[in-house]
Unconditional design. Sequence first.
Length: 752
Amino acid sequence: MSRRHSQTQEFPHYDASRKELPIYTYREELVEAMNRFQCLIVVGDTGSGKTTQLPQYVLEALPEIRNICVTQPRRIAAISAARRVADERRTRLGEQVGYSIRFERSASSSTRLLYVTDGTLLRSVAADPKVSAYDLVVLDEAHERSLETDVLFGLLRRACRLRPELKVVVMSATLDIDKFSEFFGDAPVFSIPGRMYAVDILWQKKMKLGTAKATFVRRSVDTVLHIHKNEEPGDVLVFLTGQQEIEQATRLLQEAHEALDYVEVRHRSRVHDIAVYPIFSALETLEQRAIFEATPEGVRKIVFATNIAQTSVTIPGIRYVVDSGFVKQKMYDAQTGVDALVVVPISQAAATQRAGRAGRTASGKVYRLYSREAFEDMEPATVPEIQRSSLIGTVLSLKKMGIDDILNFEFIDPPDPDLVVAAIKQLFLLGAVDEHGHLTPLGHQMSEFPISPFLSRVLISAALDFSCSYEALIIASMLSVEEIFATPRGKKKQAAAEESRRRFDDPSGDHLTLLRIFHEWRDYGYSKDWAFSNFIHFRALQAARKVKEQLTEIMERLELPIVTCEVDDREREKKRLRRVEDPDHGRIRKAGICDFGNGRHVDSTPILRAFCTAFYVHTAKRHPQRPVFYPYVTSIGANVPTGQQTPGGSGMSSAHLMALYLHPQSALSTEDINRLDWVIYNDIQYVNRATMRVSSKIRFDWVDVLMGRLKVVDEERLAGRTPATREGRRPSIISAVGEVDSKSEENEENDA
Ligand code: CDP
Ligand code: MG
């Protein structure tokens, strides 16, 4: 106690603000409750201090709880919470308080409080089902119902039975608490009363959903201008759907603000200037600490944000909320294997959360850009992610833990059995499980990698069968990071960026293009200037390099050889194997065969064949007359007949009608379309149409032999179940976003 006292005198600032938080009053009762119960549900409004304070109370009052782990569904939230708490405790990040997210960790042996993403904890529980590394696990943001958090619910419930001394706290911003409590054996619920001020709700008069969706960016900017001109001082938080919409709104607002008549503004409002901040998932945006600081006199802070600002991050000073009524959500269709990002209306619960952001420190207003009727039509709560995601990674983790009967796993809300079966089937097609659904030795190896099972399959085959694991590692790493191409502002710069990007295009497609980019960056000494002048996100490249390092370590641990297929022309003549210098590590063992310009060359064939061993299920064939592709294999397993028959002919389900487009930035998009026949793609993104991301040319005979596995699929046996009814299925993405009919396809072709 005396130590803390002296700290208080030295740094009074944070201690005072910590005491002002609503949770502070309940500090002792909370500690007492945690001491008494194994599982506890803590509910409190966003901003009440759950994430940052509760773990600190444990550090301060319960020394017997040594290791604490707090999960967050978002990387950016885990880092931001860890930083804030380290600051509050005057310790360096990575000492007493740290964080660990995929491929990035700041922690040491003295770390007692670790903020992690739920995915990171899920991977460690897969290796340690008793969760013996921690004495207390806090599942934070439980109301978000992220896929990983939902799986952790089941796993931690199991762990609690295995280890009576383990403590679990589930923290939520008010929703679903009865369900949580019931799931954890009627765990007690500790509720922190909020201090909410009144929030006025303003509705948009009559507005059809379609119109609302097409115009919300523009209308949100108009609303911000209206607030800025007419309302009392106070900052504005605008909920939009994604990076693109946020950048568009930022641009529109800046243009409009420059054109504003200052006399008029001064007349009606006491704030004259604006400071605009975007917040979306890229880590940089939260690094602008100014977002969290008070706005200077006469300036109004305008924050354009995604859902992240709904409950994960609290920005002080907000008095006005503008709610577009939409969110960009992941949706997965087990039938077609399409992972779509779809803009959909939010739920009523989300609307209430968003409105609440306006009344934290004073009374506020929420401008809903939709009508009262539209609100009535919204779903009461958001569908949990587990019911709309691909479960392939989840199922692999569960199998690794020896949980074979996934259909009967204790899920808080079970996913559609079709999603589970589709995932097991994909694992079978990758060779990770046998025909009874049991993990194979290959599957065991694959589960060691913290990347998609598709990519881990590629790495293993690149190492063992195609002698190109060094190249595959680089490509897999580049595929595991965020967007690498920068999109600058302004038409001129965008043209320059496009031109620069084209310079890397490899005739074989995007996989080798990614490799070229990394190689050139490496040859320029991993330079920041190089990245900048080539319109490539330096941070993404750096992240890829880090990912490559970590994947390399896993490969070595699994005794998978790191082999390169890069050779020097002269050496090729001599048919000699050579060591390739890799500044990161000298661990490459031998070289294969290849060819290239200025001395060096990498042959695309072994690399793409290695990718085919997993991505053969993502094979697409071009339509004989038109620049669209059709998936050759769908998740339901049927092969599209080849030859001249056009897709859409008799005997094919609507899943096969899904037309796939090349991504406009694809290296293949500038190829002569007649020279394209078969391609593989990394994934499909559905925004306005189904677009293949990262595609490369292949030869059909590379994948033909692999297709044999499709013929022996027995879904019932794989899932270990008797045939079930297929009633009560969720609508597929196709029906959710509108069927891709041939008419709209033609329109889009005309656009191009
Ligand atoms: O988890 P909960 O929403 O209940 O609250 P919290 O995240 O612990 O936030 C408590 C307070 O700390 C809020 O007033 C935030 O504004 C502040 N905070 C901050 O200033 N910077 C952060 N990175 C995190 C929280
Ligand atoms: Mg929180």
